[in-house]
Design a protein around this ligand. Structure first.
Ligand SMILES: Cc1ncc(COP(=O)(O)O)c(C=O)c1O
Length: 492
């Protein structure tokens, strides 16, 4: 052994069951206390990044310290200044307060640390994932022969689905690249005007170039199907080749759903791949009352669906699903004899790494599997319906108030609106937009609630995702009252 290597570190200390038991019990108690008292905390920190950065700047530790001390610091330094998604006044981005059994399942997944790249490193994990995929496929209403994998989230799911579309339309593109596949150089991807940026990013990553993305006009905040047909024709007249349409089910800004049945009609007629970015809205299939919003998704070729959004899973848990599994088999075409091992009698590789962008992949399926088995689809349906009911209630409150204005209808659990108190009547657009920004910043810094903002039709609007099922009417009234108060402060 080289002299510089230290032989004294006892390996058993690293895998100490007693240590895990003692620290684990203490941690779980603290986590439960946190959840029980989260409503008494400010929803998020009032400190800015610079002040917080100072608290975390310290030299690289050479000698360790007792675990209890380090964990105490987590509760003193990290938790109080975190953003608390479990607080019912958290109404921000589409990041969920996770279900308790999903949190525990994630700890279990870390303990087992199965690597989903290959079957032999996750003999049961691969099959648990396959079951979760079968359930998602069943909810989509797809026939036998569909498949998918869990991925890190909607961005990778969109990338994978659209890479599958590229290879399906331009076979050989994987090997020869876009330049060697003359047709692919003329490829066009049609998207909803409001699609998530990860869809356009796909075109860049796939070598098609972001200029290959053509945005279809909207009507009432969703894809205008007449415009889709016109755009397809226009693109073809230019000698370009539309290879896929990406529709959105639950758009990021407004939670609205593109008319998937109509989009499916057009795609079928035109022979174009239909991808649905249902990262947000896919979970609505779990509610009998809400699944109608996704009518037509059963005709899609590929779907992105994030259980880490509206199934209340902790990150990460995304899924990419393809109606015909053969397309997933040709999306990535590689051999890696150090990893992938064909097994005798196997019709198709059980090594899911051959069908995923990631190699090391967490056992994220475990939490989805446990939670579907424990809570059942009925419970998920009820939670989803509560969040949509809350959003409808908020819309009604805003519409009835003289000083607020919702800016679109409600389909899901996202809503954009403006605060327009009397002194702003007649003010110019820039002033009104700046006011929305100031109100949001003050409200979020107050610790009483947390919302987000976006730009719709060129105008700054406030935006909420009502993702916490513990949010109720009381909190919705508190939001309006609170925004009025900070609005008065802003106006001086
Ligand atoms: C519609 C939609 N698609 C894709 C994504 C990206 O998902 P992820 O952050 O899991 O990669 C989001 C994220 O908000 C989204 O709203």
């Amino acid at each position: 052994m080289p002299e510089s290597l230290n032989p004294s570190a006892a390996p058993e200390a690293l895998l100490d069951a007693a240590d895990l038991r003692e620290a684990g019990h203490r941690l779980v108690d603290r986590m439960a206390d946190y959840l029980a008292s989260v409503e008494s905390l400010p929803v998020s920190t009032a400190l800015g990044p610079r002040e917080l950065a100072r608290r975390f700047a310290e030299p690289l530790p050479v000698d360790g310290r007792p675990a209890a001390e380090v964990w105490d610091e987590v509760w003193q330094a990290v938790v109080p200044n975190a953003i608390h998604l479990a607080h019912p006044m958290y109404m921000g981005h589409q990041v969920a307060p996770p279900l308790p059994h999903a949190v525990l399942a994630d700890a279990m997944a870390s303990l087992l640390n199965q690597s989903l790249a290959v079957w032999e490193m996750s003999p049961t994990g691969t099959l648990v994932e396959a079951q979760v995929v079968r359930w998602l496929v069943e909810l989509l209403g797809w026939p036998a022969g569909a498949d998918g994998t869990l991925v890190s989230g909607g961005s990778v799911a969109n990338l994978t689905g659209l890479l599958a579309a590229r290879e399906a339309r331009f076979p050989g593109c994987w090997r020869g690249g876009v330049a060697a596949t003359e047709d692919a150089a003329r490829a066009v991807l049609l998207v909803s005007g409001h699609s998530h940026y990860s869809v356009e990013r796909t075109a860049g990553l796939a070598g098609l170039g972001s200029d290959a993305v053509v945005s279809v006009a909207e009507r009432g905040g969703t894809m205008d199907v007449g415009a889709l047909e016109d755009t397809l024709r226009a693109v073809r007249r230019e000698g370009r080749i539309p290879f896929a349409v990406s529709a959105t089910a639950g758009s990021t800004a407004t939670g609205l759903f593109d008319p998937l049945s109509d989009v499916a009609d057009v795609c079928a007629r035109e022979g174009v791949w239909m991808h649905v970015d249902a990262a947000h809205g896919g979970s609505f299939l779990l509610s009998g009352r809400l699944r109608g919003l996704l009518a037509g998704i059963e005709r899609a070729d590929s779907v992105a669906w994030d259980p880490h959004k509206m199934m209340w899973m902790p990150m990460s848990a995304g899924a990419v699903l393809v109606r015909d599994r053969r397309h997933l088999d040709t999306t990535f075409q590689q051999k890696a004899p150090y990893l992938f091992h064909p097994r005798a009698g196997e019709e198709r590789s059980g090594d899911t790494g051959q069908r995923t962008l990631q190699c090391s992949r967490r056992f994220d399926a475990l939490k989805v599997w446990i939670c579907l088995r424990h809570y059942g689809t009925a419970h998920f349906g009820a939670l989803l319906e509560k969040t949509v009911r809350n959003t409808q209630t908020l819309h009604a409150l805003l519409a009835a108030a003289p000083d607020f204005a919702p800016v679109h209808d409600v389909q899901g659990n996202i809503l954009c609106f403006r605060h327009l108190p009397d002194p702003l009547r007649g003010a110019d657009d820039a002033r009104i937009d700046a006011f929305q920004t100031e109100v949001r910043e003050r409200w979020n810094a107050s610790g009483r609630g947390w919302i987000t903002a976006t730009v719709l039709d060129g105008r700054r609007v406030l935006r909420v995702t009502l993702i916490n099922p513990h949010t109720d009417d009381r909190h919705l009234h508190a939001l309006l009252d609170g925004l009025r108060e900070v609005g008065r402060e802003v106006l001086g």
